[in-house]
Every structure is written in C-alpha cells, then in structure tokens.
Design a protein around this ligand. Structure first.
Ligand code: ARG
Length: 474
C-alpha cells in the first residue's frame, strides 16, 4: 500500500472533524496547521498490516498471562479481522484527527468491539508499538528485496554465460588496459550484488528484534512475556534495554546504508551501459522499451532507464543522510523526531524494488556487439603486459621487461600498427630472446586465455564462476 501525494492532503472535512484525541489535560484544541504538521497517518498507514500483526501478538500474550480475558481477546481478534478487510477494501476511514496509524486502528477497534479495544493498549505505548511496526514491515521488505536481488544476479549470470568468450577492452582510468571477457565484466556486478544481499541479510538480524514490552521508555509493571511475543512474531530476539528499544533507529540507518550500496552498484552499471550504448563506444544496444526519444532530434534513442537509476541513487543516498542526521543529537529515549524515519525509509524501499525489477529485465534485453568491443580492444595496445610477461618467462626481470615493451609500443604507435602486427625481426630488436611463440600471447584471445587463474578473465574461469553462481543462487 503506498499513498499518493494527493492522499497526503487531508480534506477540509477531516480537519473540521476535530475531536479531543488526548486527555482532559488539554484546554485548547490544536490548530489545523499543527494537526497537519504533527500527524503521520497519511504516510504511516502503510504500516497497518504490521500494526495489526503486532497488536494480535500482544493481545495473545496478555491473554496467556491472564492480563486480558478470553472474551476480550476474541473480541479483539474479531475486530482486527474486520479492520483488515476494511483497509484491504479501501473503505477504512483514516482520520487525520487520530494522528497516526496506531491511534486510527485502535479507535476503530474500540468502535467495533467496545471496551476490549480500550484494553489492548495495556502494558504498551505507541513508542514500543511503532518501533515494532517499522521493524516488522522492514523485515518483510528486506525479504522481498533479497528475492529481487537474486533475480537480478541470475539475469546477469545468464548474459555473462553467453558472453564468456566475447572480448571487451578492460579499462583503468577509462583508458584501454587489458582485454577482458564481457562475461567476466558482468560477473563483477554479480559479486557486488551478492555482497549487497549478504549485507541485507545481516542487517535483517538486527531489524528482527522485538521492542514491545519496553512500553513508553522504562518497561512496564505488567507481567508481560516478551519472549513469547517475539516467538509469535518470528523475531530473533528481544531488545534488552527499554530506553534503547524505543529510541534507536540504527536498524533503519543500517538498512539504508546497505540500500545505498545497492544503488551505488546499480549506478556504476548504469554509467557503463550509458557509455557502452553511446555512438563513441557502440558496444551494446538496449531494448527500445528501456529508452526514449527526443522531442526535437528524430535520430535520438536515449538510455533513460539507466540514467534515471543513476539519478535515483542520489535520492537513496540522500535518505541515508536524512536518517542518520535525524538520529544525531537525540537524547534518550523516544522523541517525535523519529516519526520522520518513515518517508525516507518507504521511499528507499520503493525506489530499490522498482530499480531491481527493471534492471533484471533490462539485463536480459542487452544486445551485445562483439565486433565493436574487439575493435576497441585492438586500439589500445591491450596486450602490452602480455609481451612483458612473455619476456619475464624468458628470464628478464619484470621491471626491465616493462621498459623494453614501452619501447616496442612506441615503435608500434609510430608505425600505426598493433604489437601483434610488428614483424618478428622488428620485435627481436628489442630483445633477442623473443621467438615465434610470442604471437600467441599478443593476440587478444591469447591474452584472455592466459589469465586462467581463480578470479581471472579466461573464459574457462568465467564458466566456472557462472556454475558457482548458479549453484549458489539455486
Ligand atoms: N507516530 C509516531 C511515530 O511515528 C508514533 C509514536 C508516537 N509516540 C509519542 N510519544 N508521541 O513515531
């Protein structure tokens, strides 16, 4: 459930409906502006399922502990089932007057089942309630993100396998460096996304702990069974300090940091796709459905999707900055500042999900142009290191070989040819030990095949990695 921006604007009717939400202590009503400023329901209603789930687990435990009667428990279960169907049907009447998702659901529950609804909040505060809701919600989202990350990795592995033999100029400083297999290049991103998945999985362990029972800040005098609630909710543990439980949002920050890295990796891949698709490179084509045209230049096909993803990376990293700054300087325990954790978190999740989905499709729709890649690899003396390695195998020290090859490259540049096109006699002028067998290594393919070491670019290694990833992702 996401809320559109128009949802965020309460109607006049909702504003006019002001009820006294707090207590007899308050002698004047809130102004409409303050009401709008402090309310969160128009975005935090997205937490409704987690809120109901948490409340049901709390009620079940209260009953087991003899704090709540069986009848009240049954009434709460019945009321919550009705609320769930109202929300799903879109008929639930969210009220700005009731500030947030928690008070809206509780008020409706009381409307439906009477006093049992009023008993639900025993031993609980919105402070431990909201912290629980956000954690439950985020846990579910992490699980979905992990599935999407897996699909993206599989899509890339697929393209990598098809391109295990395709030669791409590998760059350092964006200057042609050494030939690499295009498949090897793509598998570099698979490694990044695999680590992203590890990070999310690790963060999930700390997200998945239970604040309920911390109450407002100090714990509660009711004999709650917190471990039982944690078990019911499938949480891995109970937050052990009530002040910490209600106040810290480090789990959300940590998640945002992991999410930012996902986007940074997506952004790097985007940058390469954009470069590769440009006329100057011409290495790939992206399927038309991921591109747009220009309103003035009829010849244009622009890689909008990768560009947008690169742009949205700024947005997600921005949310990380927002959340971490939100936390800084907050004294213990709960402060209303924390209500500001939700929108950045929601937007981070939405942005990531859309981006990962679209990139899995986009990867599958890449058209590779092997001739253009190979032509570009031939331009930059990409096998110079191979000549140096050849000389080392003939007994030279690497530094000396490096120097000799620099002279050979200079000569080749002067004659406008590749190293592999210099005649043997010419090469032998640089070192007499050079023999006919040098040419094998000077070819792009020979260079590629030579790097047959764990983690290297030889097609045999690429295939081995493809198999490893397939097994890992199965
Ligand atoms: N809407 C609030 C939030 O998101 C819920 C907790 C409110 N607690 C309070 N003491 N005002 O943080």
């Amino acid at each position: 459930m996401s809320s559109s921006s128009s949802d965020n604007k309460p109607s006049d009717n909702q504003l006019a409906n002001k009820s006294q939400a707090w207590s007899a202590l308050f002698s004047e009503p809130m102004s409409d502006l303050v009401k709008r400023y402090t309310a969160s329901v128009f975005f935090d209603k997205r937490l409704w399922a987690a809120d109901i789930q948490g409340s049901l687990a709390h009620a079940e435990m209260l009953t087991a502990q003899g704090i709540l009667g069986q009848e009240d428990h049954a009434a709460i279960q019945r009321g919550m089932a009705q609320i769930k169907s109202e929300i799903e049907a879109g008929s639930f009447d969210w009220k700005l007057d009731l500030e947030d998702v928690h008070l809206n659901i509780e008020a409706r529950l009381t409307e439906l089942v009477g006093i049992a609804g009023k008993r639900l909040h025993t031993g609980r505060s919105r402070n431990d309630q909201v912290a629980t809701d956000v954690r439950l919600w985020l846990r579910g989202e992490i699980d979905e993100l992990l599935i999407l990350l897996q699909a993206l990795q599989l899509a890339l592995v697929e393209v990598a396998e098809k391109n295990a033999e395709v030669i791409l100029p590998g760059f350092t400083h964006l200057q042609v460096a050494q030939p690499v297999a295009f498949g090897h290049h793509l598998l570099a991103y698979v490694e990044m996304f695999a680590r992203d998945a590890e990070r999310l999985t690790d963060a999930r362990r700390r997200v998945n702990r239970l604040p309920l029972g911390a109450a407002a800040l100090a714990g509660t005098s009711y004999p709650l069974d917190r471990e039982r609630v944690a078990r019911t909710l499938g949480m891995e543990g109970v937050c052990q300090n009530s002040l910490d439980a209600v106040s810290d949002r480090d789990f959300a920050i940590e998640f945002s940091a992991a999410a930012s890295l996902v986007m940074v990796h997506i952004s790097r891949l985007s940058e390469e796709l954009i470069l590769w698709m440009s006329q100057s490179f011409g290495f790939i084509d992206l399927a038309d459905r991921f591109c747009t045209g220009s309103s003035i230049m009829p010849q244009k096909k622009n890689p909008d999707v990768p560009e947008l993803a690169r742009g949205k990376t700024g947005r997600v990293v921005g949310h990380l900055m927002g959340l971490i700054t939100l936390m800084k300087g907050q004294p213990l325990a709960y402060n209303k500042d924390n209500q500001e954790d939700k929108e950045p978190l929601f937007d981070t999740v939405d942005t990531l999900k859309d981006t990962l989905r679209i990139f899995a499709e986009l990867a599958a729709g890449i058209t590779v142009k092997p001739e253009a890649m190979e032509r570009a690899a031939l331009k930059g003396y990409a096998t110079a290191t191979d000549l140096a390695d050849y000389l080392v195998k003939k007994g030279l020290a690497f530094r000396d070989a490096h120097e000799i090859v620099a002279h050979a490259v200079k000569t080749a540049i002067g004659s406008g040819v590749d190293l592999s096109q210099l005649p043997l006699a010419e090469l032998q002028k640089f070192d007499a030990r050079i023999g006919e067998d040098v040419f094998e290594g000077l070819s792009l393919r020979g260079s590629l095949n030579a790097r047959n070491i764990l983690g290297g670019t030889a097609p045999a290694q690429v295939r081995a990695q493809v198999a490893r990833h397939r097994a890992r992702l199965a």
